[in-house]
Ligand binder design. Structure first.
Ligand code: ATR
Length: 273
């Protein structure tokens, strides 16, 4: 049977096996999708063994997305722009195609599932690490009026601005630099929610905001979504839809068919809440 897995450390709580099993049932594919724990210093070794044992594709999660980028022998444009890879497809002659489906997963969740049109909108993206850099190109391809990157360490946001300056209207700085501006959509791509922390976002920035999005999925409101709600924002969304959509895009790369996502998102939300 065709074997796939998600590789990471830690990995036991991954929802990917559940999601891909749903997709396989729905599309009539027979495949096996498991979790693969790699030692922190053993990513490449674990990938090689998986492949030698007949593995066909992998999803890659924290903390290996940059190592995966380096290990891939071919990259999609969006993976090259992200400098990070979350999907491998093993190909002939030991080639490894590296893709990054995180950004398109976020964009599909926002534009299709949440029916929020991005063209012309002012978007604030919080964070300048791997999670943020992975979604910038797909966001810019939607032609927002402005994509502002805010980070605690502003130099990293400015570096991202410089990296993507030819792809759209993008600016970078510290959170404070954006006081007085109005954003239609604010996305949290920091890892702060993982530590139950709130990034230093001034309350003033939520003025007139229609949607706030935390890329983390969680059983309760993250501190960021909680704070946005106290500032009067009512449209508060976590990353469950993004998680399912990025998985669907990986499934498409492997099997050439796009699975239906709505029911899977609903099931995951029911399970989490
Ligand atoms: P990831 O791959 O999840 O993006 P990362 O590359 O380590 O992880 O980046 C973490 C991001 O979250 C960074 O933008 C970090 O800000 P700094 O660059 O200033 O470190 C941000 N971050 C983490 N904890 C935060 C906190 N408590 N408040 C604000 N930003 C935080």
């Amino acid at each position: 049977m065709d074997t796939y897995a998600v590789i990471g450390n830690p990995i036991t709580h991954s929802k990917s096996p559940f999601i891909h099993t749903q997709f396989a049932q729905q599309t009539g594919r027979s495949m096996c999708y498991t979790t693969l724990l790699a030692p922190l210093d053993g990513f490449e070794r674990t990938v090689t063994t998986f492949r030698e044992n007949g593995g066909i594709g992998l999803n890659i999660t924290v903390p290996f997305k940059f190592e995966a980028y380096a290990l891939a022998t071919r990259l999609t444009d969006r993976a090259r722009a992200a400098h990070a890879v979350n999907t491998f497809r093993f190909e002939q002659e030991n080639e490894i195609l590296g893709d990054n489906t995180d950004g398109v997963g976020l964009v599909r969740d926002i534009t299709i599932n949440l029916d929020f049109a991005l063209p012309g909108k002012h978007v604030l993206l919080m964070g300048a690490g791997g999670a943020a850099s992975g979604v910038i190109l797909p966001l810019l391809q939607q032609k927002p009026g402005l994509l502002a990157i805010a980070n605690r360490t502003p130099d990293k946001a400015i570096a991202l601005q410089q990296q993507f300056v030819n792809h759209g209207n993008i600016t970078g700085g510290h959170y404070q630099d954006f006081i007085g501006q109005q954003f239609d959509l604010i996305i949290n791509a920091t890892s702060a929610s993982l530590h139950n922390a709130l990034p230093p976002i001034p309350a003033d920035l939520f003025h007139g905001t229609a949607l706030v999005y935390d890329m983390l999925y969680s059983s309760k409101l993250t501190p960021f979504l909680e704070f946005a709600s106290t500032q009067g924002v009512t449209n508060l969304v976590d990353g469950t839809g993004m998680l399912v959509e990025q998985a669907a895009e990986s499934f498409l790369l492997w099997h050439g068919i796009r699975p239906e996502t709505q029911n899977v998102i609903r099931q995951l939300r029911d399970e989490l809440h």
